[in-house]
Design a protein around this ligand. Structure first.
Ligand SMILES: O=P(O)(O)OP(=O)(O)OP(=O)(O)OC[C@H]1O[C@@H](n2cnc3c(O)ncnc32)[C@H](O)[C@@H]1O
Ligand SMILES: [Ca+2]
Length: 499
């Protein structure tokens, strides 16, 4: 056998070719691992933004939404980052001074400029949707409603955002977009068939919406209540209806109109607390298309609105604002409007939430009978005691919670036919995962084409998974190579010699 020193010299490890190949191999592996690791590092997030103004009958609110720029089509990715409540009343209240409607939006628009990064301003779409207040103004005085829109559009045009238009939403759109919002935030739209959707109940100041999917409804009966969608590869046949004049402010007018039919100077109202009194003007009460045709002749200028605090009498009065006398369909809710069988759970938001939250009645596990008893006790509490107990609450809201709570229960049970069982399927909600429940998010998702009809194709592996696997395989190769070099090396070159 050759001497040891000779063997060492023959070791092919020390030939320049092997050294170069090994160095290249190691560099290649290190480069591969580095690239994979760097690629996997989270990039600084890039966001896109969208702004929607909800011009409701009682007030206007601005909502800012944000989503990762790369993930337009992924569900549940759009989040509300900020909301701003416009000071003052809804834009429909500016009928006689339209320019002020535009002015009123400026503070919130300036706030939005702070919340959206400057370089995104130009590409951020800005929408304004008006609901029942403007529907009523448009019916009453379309010139005035056009002037209000001109004024708000002029203001929105001047903002740095990409203004996409201001318009009145139909009641159907308002109901359907509210349903989309709730189900999008709840991640119920991307489920591969099966999972039930949630119905949506919205109670505004001038109108109220009910929207749900019922297996008994295919849209053939009363097609005007049907909205069909294809979202993420699933078909939906949504039932939706908006009752104009059945928001809580207009129903308050309807109820008072009912109680003051004889044009008396004192109107006793069971929906307000005992010892509550307030002077009101007949002309102000009847200044709405919801009640204007009922104004009693020869009524005095003003009347005293006097509370008597009687829950069951209040329920009777409120039942009377619904018309159950005719139903041209197989079944109806009220006022001759078709409604299929209720099905599934319901999210109830806006005034449903404000009122039930104030009354500590958002827990629908409380039996309906107990809810009514608690409300009856609340309604019979004298007004001075109520004001003592809630010094921090706006008096206008405080005075109306007995009325509003009773209206909500009457609307749900007498109007929509919820019973003591199905009542527990309702969830009184304000927000879902940080975003307000309401029609605005659904409206923006639709206008920015953010919900595809078909489910997006997903790669077999998520990106991070792919990078991890590449990294692991590269590391395994390095280890095998290293083991071969340092442990088995002496035997490796011998083999060719044996052969
Ligand atoms: O949908 P429309 O009918 O156009 O009306 P809106 O959008 O302005 O209606 P909201 O949901 O904002 O409010 C509904 C009602 O709830 C009232 N409201 C708002 N905040 C409230 C609170 O904290 N407590 C009691 N009521 C409240 C408000 O004055 C309205 O009468
Ligand atoms: Ca509303």
């Amino acid at each position: 056998p050759p001497p040891l020193s000779e063997m060492k010299e023959k070791n092919p490890w020390h030939t320049p070719a092997t050294i170069i190949i090994t160095v290249i191999f190691v560099i290649a592996i290190v480069a591969l691992v580095t690239v994979a690791v760097l690629q996997n590092k989270p990039l600084p997030p890039k966001y896109k933004y969208g702004i929607v103004l909800d011009a409701g009958s009682s007030h206007t609110a601005l909502y800012i939404y944000e989503w990762p720029a790369e993930k337009d089509n992924n569900t549940g990715r759009v989040e509300q980052t900020h909301s701003c409540k416009v000071k003052g009343p809804g834009i429909s209240s500016y009928a006689s001074s339209p320019l002020k409607a535009g002015e009123s939006l400026k503070v919130c628009l300036q706030e939005a400029e702070q919340w959206v990064p400057n370089k995104r301003h130009q590409e951020t779409p800005l929408y304004l949707g008006a609901t029942a207040g403007m529907r009523l103004l448009n019916m009453e005085n379309s010139l005035a409603s056009d002037q209000v829109f001109q004024a708000v559009a002029a203001t929105l045009q001047k903002s740095p955002f990409s203004f996409q238009g201001a318009r009145i939403l139909s009641g159907q759109e308002e109901g359907a977009y509210g349903w989309v919002t709730v189900n999008y935030l709840d991640d119920r739209l991307t489920q591969v068939c099966g999972l039930e959707t949630t119905g949506a109940l919205d109670l505004g100041g001038a109108s109220t919406q009910i929207s749900f999917v019922s297996s008994s409804y295919d849209g053939s009966e009363s097609p005007s209540n049907s909205v069909s969608f294809r979202l993420y590869g699933n078909n939906y046949n949504l039932y939706t209806h908006s009752f104009l004049c059945y928001g809580k402010d207009q129903v308050l007018r309807l109820a008072l109109a009912h109680l003051s039919q004889s044009g008396q100077s004192t109107v006793e109202d069971p929906c307000f607390h005992p010892n509550f009194t307030e002077s009101k003007n007949y002309s102000v009460l009847y200044d709405s298309p919801c009640v204007s045709d009922r104004k009693p002749h020869g009524a005095p200028v003003a009347f005293t609105h006097k509370g008597t605090g009687n829950f069951s009498l209040c329920q009777q009065v409120l039942k009377n604002v619904f018309n159950f006398s005719h139903c041209p369909y197989s079944q109806c809710s009220f006022n001759g409007v078709f409604q299929p069988d209720l099905q599934g759970t319901f999210g109830a938001f806006s005034a449903y939430y404000f009122v039930m939250n104030f009354l500590n009645l958002t827990d629908t596990a409380i039996p309906l009978e107990t809810v009514k008893e608690k409300l009856a006790t609340y309604c019979s509490t004298p007004w001075p005691q109520i004001t003592q107990q809630h010094k921090d609450v706006k008096l206008k809201y405080l005075a109306e919670y007995c009325f509003s709570g009773t209206y909500i229960l009457t609307l749900l049970t007498e109007g929509y036919n919820f019973n003591s069982d199905s009542y527990s399927n309702i969830r009184f909600i304000k927000k879902i995962k940080g975003s307000d429940a309401g029609w605005t998010l659904g409206y923006m998702l639709n206008l920015t084409n953010m919900i595809p009809a078909e489910a997006p194709d997903t790669p077999p592996l998520p990106y991070a998974g792919y990078v991890s696997i590449v990294t692991i395989i590269a590391l395994v190769l390095v280890i095998i190579f290293a083991l071969c070099l340092y442990r088995f090396w002496p035997r490796c070159p011998k083999q060719p010699q044996i052969i």
